[in-house]
Design a protein around this ligand. Sequence first.
Ligand code: UDP
Length: 246
Amino acid sequence: MARPDLRRNDEMRKVKITTDYTIYAEGSVLIEVGDTRVLCTATVEETTPAFLKDTGLGWVTAEYSMLPRATHTRKKRDIKTLKLDGRSSEIQRLIGRALRAVVDRKALGERQIIIDCDVLQADGGTRCASITGGYVALYLACKKLLDTGVIERMPLTDAVSAVSVGIFEDEAVLDLNYAEDSRAIADCNVVMTGSGDFVEIQGTGEGRPFTREELTKLLSLGKKGTAKLCRAQRKALGLRAPEQEE
Ligand code: UDP
């Protein structure tokens, strides 16, 4: 079986992370995974949602959206339908959960960091690219808070990144592009920490149910992919391994 872009089954697309891509946000990152491109910005707000008032705990949340021509045919802006697309709300909750998994909310203090993920171009794996790029934007914002003395210690306990894996023409493959994603038998998003532990796994047998053996193969590919993404994150941030030594 040949993949549409002739990659090996365990081969990721090319990953490029550009920091400080825009100038106003406390953290700004353009992440490119093959032809998928997502702008991730981090904004620090000195307030928290009402349910955290006087708890001393901070919050990290995310918003996700695709630009109209991020896709093959024009996708209407949400404002035109006056409601957030169901897919977007599912994705932005996943991004927020993934990032909060590595945040020490006490160390962040009573403030909120909002990660905006805007897809400029979608070729599969936009939610995973948003998590991977969103972490780098979050790191930059936290570093700014630390460097300006607003917080005393880094509130990030580990790195986090995500990759899609799936069963394409009966074989387990890493990092699906749109051509593969749209024909995959099973589609799975794997979110892992820099230490190699799981944060979230979303897996669906859309074409047919998949076996435990296939799942094991998919998770191994997910581990390989996220390890590579963590290296790309560290490189973009100018950190040596492991990322917490700063
Ligand atoms: N896609 C699209 N229009 C949509 C939703 C998705 O063209 O409204 C394409 C896009 O290339 C996207 C891919 O389908 O990256 C896979 O979408 P999915 O919902 O699985 O999310 P993703 O893989 O991007 O996280």
